[in-house]
Design a protein around this ligand. Structure first.
Ligand SMILES: Nc1ncnc2c1ncn2[C@@H]1O[C@H](COP(=O)(O)OP(=O)(O)OP(=O)(O)O)[C@@H](O)[C@H]1O
Ligand SMILES: [Mg+2]
Length: 501
């Protein structure tokens, strides 16, 4: 028996209708090792891990095998994977929002936690959950409903869910995309502790800094094939990215605005009672304005208040000098104000609908004839945006659920672009998007503001804010702490305002 490896996946292939997602991929993992899994959007990373997690059966192949802790597994499902010691922190948060934190942690195992009367023993699951939350220094309460939590906290719960099953192998699928720098540092500390305990870790990320900060080896996937497995200490980011994309891409941001025009959006005294008061700011044509701050600083809430997604009081909003009244989100869209929200699953996409239906859903007028929706028009629109944003799909008839995470994000961008917005607010627009596609979206946004559009970017990624924005508003605890412009926008100046040190 080979005890050197806690996991061997050999000759794994997976075919979906129209797509060969994995093509004869083999990887292995030692106890206490961190293996980074990288590749462009749609390269097959999540699919590989879903096979390991028992969500997908791999294609049958004579040589294909999955060996966990020396034991060859036959065909197995998610429950069997969990029993074999596989923990999974998913890319798309998969918690039940209407259940409590503790119920989510013990989901699938609640049978073992019953009182004599046969009811769930809440005291016990709350107590155990509190123990784990403590390890994480978290303020979350076990009895809180999942839906009350920010995405970052929901993720913490998912991590706890996995470590509470005493897993031997723990998979992280882009765990940091919605965490702040401090939270990331915290997560890394936890991951290193898990490593010390001999847990094998597979870590999917689009961020090279993370790959180098954490991993022992890097496996690179491209178009469903394993390109290479490298020792992290013997390679560098350029080499890895080169293997990922098979071409070289520039990591430069597009040049900033030479000059800006008239005020396009003027917000005065935006107030959401009990949350924030009298937030005022302006956005000019040709300008990209950033909202920076730690997760939870109130940036998303300002966007939601402005766009009628939260009840506001006493705001005066002007677009191109004209006062507008925005009570609900449809008023915002009518006035050319659109908001791409940070969580595509909850508010953004109709996962069970086709790609083309999702893209046109925001602008049915655009594809309608006198009475009916024109099918060809809808298809053409979808095709043109898919090309523009380089969305990896086999046909626009596909359901959005069948796209890789990063490509779903691109569908969101496409669908809001199709409304021809005057003001485009994007909340964490490139979360989960690979390096190449990220550059495409950044270029596209710069192109957008060279017309008559103004763009607001909310981002927790400092390089993105610094690289993209002409002006930055920094928030902390639901207040505007200050504004930085031009060359003065630096990591230091932003963090100073964001953390008030
Ligand atoms: N359920 C499914 N049905 C059909 N096709 C699928 C399904 N799941 C994944 N695919 C396809 O398989 C390919 C690989 O997808 P996968 O989700 O593994 O990519 P990924 O490397 O995780 O990308 P990302 O970085 O965007 O998350 C993609 O082309 C995707 O559209
Ligand atoms: Mg993925």
């Amino acid at each position: 028996m080979d005890t050197q490896f806690v996991l061997k996946m050999e000759h794994i292939s997976k075919t979906f209708p129209g797509t060969r997602a994995l093509n004869d991929v083999s990887i292995d993992l030692r106890p206490g090792e961190i293996l980074a899994l990288v590749g462009e959007n749609g390269a097959g990373k999540s699919t590989m891990m879903n096979v390991l997690g028992g969500a997908f059966l791999p294609d049958e192949g004579a040589k294909s095998a999955i060996i966990i802790d020396g034991k060859e597994m036959g065909a197995y499902d998610a429950a069997a994977a969990r029993d074999a010691g596989i923990g999974f922190v998913h890319q798309e948060l998969s918690s039940c929002l209407q259940l409590t934190v503790a119920e989510n942690v013990f989901m699938g195992r609640l049978k073992k936690y019953k009182t004599g009367m046969g009811f769930t023993d809440y005291n016990r699951i709350n107590r155990e959950t509190a123990k784990y939350l403590e390890i994480f220094d978290s303020k979350i309460k076990p009895s809180q409903k999942m839906r009350e939590l920010k995405i970052a906290d929901q993720q913490v719960v998912e991590i706890i869910k996995s470590i509470s099953i005493n897993c031997k192998i723990l998979i992280f699928d882009e765990p940091t995309s919605s965490l702040t720098d401090t939270e990331v540092a915290y997560l890394f500390k936890t991951i290193r502790r898990l490593k010390e305990q001999g847990i094998g870790i597979i870590y999917i990320s689009h961020r090279m800094e993370e790959v180098f900060a954490l991993s022992d080896r890097v496996a690179v996937l491209r178009d469903g094939c394993l390109v290479d497995v490298l020792n992290t200490s013997e390679t560098d980011a350029n080499t890895i990215v080169g293997k990922m994309v098979g071409r070289s891409i520039s990591d430069f941001y597009p040049p900033k605005s030479g000059g800006v025009g008239d005020v396009i959006l003027d917000v005065e005294n935006l107030t959401v009672p009990g949350l924030y008061e009298n937030i005022s700011f302006k956005l000019k044509k040709g300008e990209i304005l950033g909202f920076s701050g730690l997760v939870g600083a109130g940036r998303t809430e300002v966007a939601c208040g402005l766009c009628g997604l939260m009840k506001t009081k006493s705001a005066r909003v002007r677009i191109n000098g004209e006062p507008v009244s925005i009570r609900k989100y449809s008023d915002a869209i009518k006035n050319g104000l659109v908001y791409l929200c940070e969580d595509r699953k909850q508010l953004g996409l109709f996962l069970r609908m086709k790609i083309k239906q999702n893209i046109s859903s925001t602008n049915l007028k655009g594809i309608s004839g006198k009475f009916f929706i024109k099918g060809e028009k809808e298809t053409d629109v979808a095709k043109s945006y898919s090309e523009k944003l380089n969305i990896k799909l086999s046909t626009v008839e596909q359901k959005v659920a069948s796209l890789s995470g990063g490509n779903q994000q691109k569908i969101m961008v496409a669908k809001w672009l199709y409304t021809n917005p005057k003001v485009f607010i994007l909340d964490e627009p490139t979360r989960g998007i690979d390096v190449g596609a990220k550059a495409e979206i950044h270029n596209m946004l710069r192109g957008l503001v060279s017309g008559d559009t103004g763009v607001i970017i909310i981002s927790s990624e400092l390089p993105e804010i610094i690289g993209m924005c002409d002006r930055v508003i920094v928030m902390r605890e639901n207040k505007v702490m200050g504004e930085i412009e031009g060359k003065a926008i630096t990591e230091e100046s932003i963090m100073k305002l964001a953390t008030a040190v």
